[in-house]
Design a protein around this ligand. Structure first.
Ligand code: PLP
Length: 409
């Protein structure tokens, strides 16, 4: 272990990196390799690679056994799940979305000639602020898409009330929230639809993949048609559609991942608690908390950096960590509203999104998952502690590096 005791020990100033191999925020979890390979052999033996095969059907079934929503429909990724939900729910005109979010929802709204209206978040929960949502409803608004950021549920009741009162559709991007609960109920059946990601970086993974969960029979029927080009039986297209099918090999991975879910959550939780202990008394660094009375997947270890108290900014700390081979991520930096084409369409939106702007400048996520050990976390914690304890020196040396005066020793 390369301890950081002096400035030159930091890799950003020329020291040896703390880790030989990069530590990623979402390095894939493997699940049971043997079970996965058995399934792959089965796929090859049967020569059934896609088109609603046995494993996709089994995955839909297992998902609905785990989370009691009437319909679970596996698809090729959550971005397609979002587009199917947006179209299937008939959203048009304007849809209110969070800007402190992954850009997928904004893109798919735009792609369907719907205006994404960016709404500010509650600084405590990082989720859509329902009071701000209400202010943004216009005669053109048809829907709201909330994100359960970090797996912590949105203000579901309040958003449902607003949607009902205004006749709006309500969907949730639950990409972070598989196996998380809200008031004793697993996320999956709230709003008109909830969509999940099983991307490789998510804790439950099918390489690429996602699913739509809904209790709406009509929506489920439309989604099933749309994900397969609108085919209803051989040669019979009855609806506009696309290719949203999940391949069998992805479903095989999804099933193996599902079978290992409890172990993965236990590792995530152990790691989360280790980070919490290691960073407990570091001024200006606050870990996002998970309410112990709700179920969480603990996938996201989220640090908020208060520059005034820590003496260093989030970006400065990320720079130090990257040099050490700790690939911390700035989430959801810089915010959808600050990305093109949205930045040019809505040049003043920054003024309306003060909490989003603040979070985008302060939040980072740290590596978690089964590839991360308590020893890794101890080392990451000690780097962060050293930097904050020596913030003034680290800050001025970082500024010198930026100025081109070189790291120096
Ligand atoms: C909140 C959120 N929504 C959507 C996505 C897109 O997921 P996918 O790659 O499955 O399309 C991500 C990906 O990280 C995400 O974090």
């Amino acid at each position: 272990m390369s301890d950081k005791r002096t400035l030159p020990d930091l890799a950003v100033f020329g020291g040896a990196p703390a880790f030989d191999e990069a530590l990623h925020v979402g390095r894939p979890n493997l699940g049971d390799r043997q079970r996965f390979l058995e399934r792959v052999h089965d796929i090859l033996d049967r020569r059934w690679f896609t088109n609603h095969g046995k494993f996709v059907q089994e995955l839909d079934q297992r998902l609905s056994e785990r989370i009691a929503t009437r319909h679970w429909i596996a698809v090729c990724n959550v971005t397609i799940a979002l587009v199917l939900a947006i179209r299937g729910l008939g959203m048009s005109g304007e849809v209110i979305v969070s800007s402190f979010a992954f850009v997928a929802a904004a893109h798919w709204l735009k792609w369907q000639a719907i205006t994404p209206v960016f709404c500010d978040v509650d600084p405590r929960t990082h989720n859509l602020d329902p009071e701000r949502v209400e202010e943004l409803v216009t005669p053109r608004t048809t829907g709201i898409i909330g994100v359960h950021v970090w797996g912590r549920a949105c203000s579901i009741e309040r958003l449902t009330e607003i949607a009902r009162a205004r006749g709006l559709k309500l969907a949730f991007d639950a990409a972070h929230a598989f196996a998380c609960s809200h008031k004793g109920v697993l996320i999956g059946g709230f709003g008109d639809a909830e969509v999940f990601s099983f991307h490789a970086t998510k804790f439950m993974s099918s390489f690429e993949g996602g699913a739509i969960a809904t209790n709406d029979d009509g929506l489920a029927a439309r989604v099933r048609l749309m994900k397969n080009f609108g085919f209803s039986g051989y040669d019979n297209v009855i609806y506009v559609g696309t290719n949203g099918k999940m391949p069998e090999v992805c479903a095989a991975m999804g099933l193996s991942s599902l079978e290992s879910l409890e172990e993965i959550i236990a590792v995530n939780r152990r790691n989360y608690l280790a980070y919490r202990q290691g960073l407990a008394r570091v001024p200006g660094l606050t870990l996002v908390e998970y309410d112990p009375s709700v179920q969480s997947n603990y996938q996201y270890v989220v640090l908020e950096v208060d520059e005034e108290r820590a003496g260093l900014s989030r970006d400065q700390l990320v720079r130090v960590l990257h040099a050490e081979n700790v690939l911390a991520r700035r989430y959801f930096h810089p915010g959808c509203h600050a990305m093109e084409p949205y930045r040019s369409y809505f040049p003043h939106s920054r003024l309306l999104l003060p909490h989003t702007e603040r979070l985008c400048a302060r939040v980072m996520t740290l590596p978690n998952g089964t590839a991360v050990t308590p020893e890794h976390i101890e080392r990451i914690g000690s780097i962060l502690r050293y930097c904050v304890e020596n913030a003034r020196e680290v800050g001025s040396r970082l500024a010198a590096v930026v100025d081109g005066r070189g790291p120096g020793r």
